[in-house]
Design a protein around this ligand. Structure first.
Ligand code: ADP
Ligand code: MG
Length: 330
């Protein structure tokens, strides 16, 4: 082929891609899952909501403690079952993150989460004797995969994947979209996000980080920061949406698995950017337990993780800090 022919061909291909990209519409699907909402935007000629719903139903059937028929509920009720592949994958990832965060993230925290009234069972007394007796059933090292089944040292131990399931759900929906040939999409479940390619304006997807203002209704959405992500996942954990007051004490839904008590320090929200959303989700929760200094140390030792923290000083002013790599997402 002559040079001009090659150049002509390149222009022809580039032009076709441009025309196809411009003409394929963006679709938007939303609904309810895991007690929260999902919003999915993708560029496709095909309507994919049914496939998305099927994927989400599969995640719910495997990992939701609020679904009494789910695999995780069967394990919590000590039924002798072999978990599905999805459960095994998430369990293995959760155990790995527990190890890396020295137990700050721990899915065996369920009995404590329930006692404090944020779980799938009604709250229990939370005097120090009660918390101490529950702590013996909490510890990721006391559960393991053995011959494809979950083996527990204590039958009282229960699992709670709430801090990783939303992120994992985003990863699974992204995979469903990829399989359907979608190149440009944003998947969001309850604030956890996977984004790839471009939005309908031809730019990286823009997502907001909420100001950590106490807001149980979820209506007060003023933004602290706008982040642009593509080919990455982002998750935020905070103690400004799910909490209650006992007297003047704020009881948050993030529990320190070692002390048995809800975390109560100056860190108000942790936003994590990672390659997959399950990891981002779990680390965001772990960082809320670890506090800014330890979390920052963790990020500095892992180049694939970036994070942004909002915390308050003694006078109640909001301060922020971020990893060096985080500025690449602005
Ligand atoms: P949100 O996105 O709503 O802030 P998170 O991803 O932070 O939620 O998950 C919070 C939930 O995770 C709690 O409601 C509880 O069920 C569970 N959880 C609380 N503390 C821990 C912990 N230390 N490790 C793992 N899961 C936790
Ligand atoms: Mg989380």
């Amino acid at each position: 082929m002559k040079t001009w022919q090659i150049i002509f061909l390149i222009f022809l291909i580039a032009g076709s891609i441009y025309v196809i990209n411009r003409s394929t519409p963006y679709k938007s699907n939303s609904g309810k899952i895991f007690g929260t909402y999902y919003n999915i935007i993708y560029q496709s000629d095909k309507e994919l909501h049914d496939a998305i719903k099927a994927t989400l139903a599969q995640v719910d059937g495997s990992l939701s403690t609020f679904n009494k028929q789910s695999v995780i509920s069967a394990i919590n009720n000590n039924k002798d079952i072999t978990p599905d592949e999805m459960f095994t994958r998430v369990f293995t990832l959760a155990q790995d993150i527990s190890q890396k965060t020295d137990g700050a993230f721990d899915i065996t925290v369920a009995p404590l989460v329930n006692a404090w009234g944020f779980g799938f069972k009604n709250g229990l007394p939370t005097d120090s004797a009660a918390i101490d007796s529950l702590r013996q059933y909490v510890g990721y090292a006391t559960v393991a995969l053995q011959n494809g089944k979950i083996a527990k040292q204590h039958p009282q131990t229960m699992l709670d994947c709430s801090a990783i399931a939303k992120g994992f759900g985003c990863d699974m929906v992204a995979r469903t979209l990829e399989k359907a040939g979608v190149a440009n999409y944003m998947v969001e479940i309850g604030g956890e996000i996977v984004a790839k390619g471009q939005n309908d304006k031809g730019k990286s997807w823009a997502v907001g980080i909420n100001k950590p203002i106490d807001d149980r209704t979820g209506e007060n959405k003023s933004l602290q920061e706008i982040v642009r992500i593509s080919g990455k996942s982002m998750a935020t954990s905070g103690n400004y949406r799910n909490f209650r007051y006992e007297g003047s004490r704020k009881v948050s839904h993030t529990i320190n698995p070692k002390s048995g008590y809800p975390v109560n320090h100056s860190l108000l929200s942790a936003t994590v950017i990672a390659d997959d959303c399950a990891t981002a989700d779990a680390l965001a929760t772990a960082f809320m337990v670890m506090g800014v200094d330890k979390a920052m140390e963790f990020c500095n030792s892992d180049a694939s993780i970036d994070a942004y923290f909002i915390y308050s000083d003694n006078e109640g002013n909001l301060l922020t800090s971020e990893t060096d790599g985080f500025k690449n997402y602005r």
